[in-house]
Write a protein that binds this ligand. Sequence first.
Ligand code: MLT
Ligand code: ZN
Length: 465
Amino acid sequence: MALARFIRSCEEISPRLLTLDPDIVAPLCTDWTRRVTGHALGLARPSNEAELAAVVEAAVEAEIHLQLQGGNTSLVAGATPWGDSVLLSSARLREVGDPDLTSLSITAEAGATAAEVNAALAPHRLKLGVDLASRESATIGGMVATNAGGIHVVRYGPMRSQLLGLRLVTPAQGAIGRLSPLYKDNTGPDLAAIAAGSEGTLGAVAAAALKAVPILEESVVALLSFGSFSAAAEGARRIRRSPAVSALEFMTHAGMDLVSRHLGRELPLAGAVYLLAEFESAFPLLDHVVEVVEDSVPSTSALAFDARGRAELWRWREAHTEAIATAGIAHKMDVALPIASLEEFVSWVEGPFAAENPELDVYLFGHLGDGNVHVNLVGAEPDDLSPDEAVLAKAASMGGSISAEHGIGRLKAPLVHLVRTQAEIDAIAALKAAFDPDGILNPGVLLPTPKGRHATENLAPGRLA
Ligand code: MLT
Ligand code: ZN
């Protein structure tokens, strides 16, 4: 009955709004890692904010759960639908405004990809401050919802720091917020900042006004190899002091070797641990970069100054995700540590943890400059949470976070208690209740559902339905 009512409402909003065609809906029900497969009753694709608000209102009236989805690039099943949900996609919310060259900003609807927004900015020698490997499919709405980080956080901060305005559709308040690009607005709590990182549990992003940063003419990428993580961490400590650093990433031999086989290319440098550092400036960089690289004492290094060379070095870092995916269904843990504790954490994963779990292939890489390690484990059963829990508990015990940038999604919802007290969880639940009192949006994401059903029961492929 509820579904029939929802279908009728959607038809009234627009005859092309909702599809129930399983050939269209089913492919959207598996997360990017293939670890979780769900099921959805249908797919709603609003074409503008008014339609988006009307769908959310119809869902509230019919008591239908909505699972928000952008580019479906979540690595924690944050966009995977659950049982009785309808997918609410931003695929038709694609408009990108003209860059505002006075305030250095741009407005984009939720379904525009990062690459599309950058394409609009590039002729003006501008770009978004956030960049990530999935730039061709990751959408602005999803990036705001997860407070996406990526490769330039060390310089520009995450998605929350890029927000100058936001339009959000919530079940309780309808469409709220502004798009005028304000660098300062202290009119009480910042609703845009609260929505960023709430993983679509408070509202659906309709559009965002984002900062644009200048594309700097001088750019150098350095790939450096080291004999140990400890040596690389010391090198990174020195590189991080350079005012020109715009990315500071790390990889280990295991991942580089996998990428080498995946791409069919020889490793460019031999080493146990690698750093990839990007330097950008409006002023000549050569002498500065050579000095910084020498000071970091690598075993070997390769520098690239032209666009093609830079892209080739970046490929060694950015191909990690796809190369690991070809090795199997990875358990992906995205932890943040105090930077001073990174070495101890990595030694634990590669030492005692790996020894206790010899069946697992361990691939570590990430954003060293942000203290963000991506722990990828291949060889565990998709619904076995124990390796995830061990790694995340270790990070938590060291004062870290169980999610640096990927979010909590469904996969880590049962483990939020590792880093949040019950009082903090209650505060997050109260916020949810204020925006979405009936628990319509993204049930099971971030927090257990209002019905009390816990996300753990939803892990295995085929068990979400
Ligand atoms: C990355 O840094 O490449 C992304 O977070 C994706 C991943 O962790 O696999
Ligand atoms: Zn990352």
